[in-house]
Design a protein. Sequence first.
Length: 69
Amino acid sequence: MDLLCSVACDHVTYRITKGEDLREQNYMGLHTVGRGSERSPVLLALDYNPTGDKDAPVYACLVGKGITF
């Protein structure tokens, strides 16, 4: 986040969802696989919106995953 803020802090927001909150928000696969780790599973969602308009259209979406133990 430090790097993102140094470049575009006013345009980047994020949400962290972890542990039981993943199950409650229906991220069942991530929650179930993550239970096997000694660390709680975590989902980081980043939103880059250079317009500042919450209703601005989204033209691209990047999705990545990584499950590590």
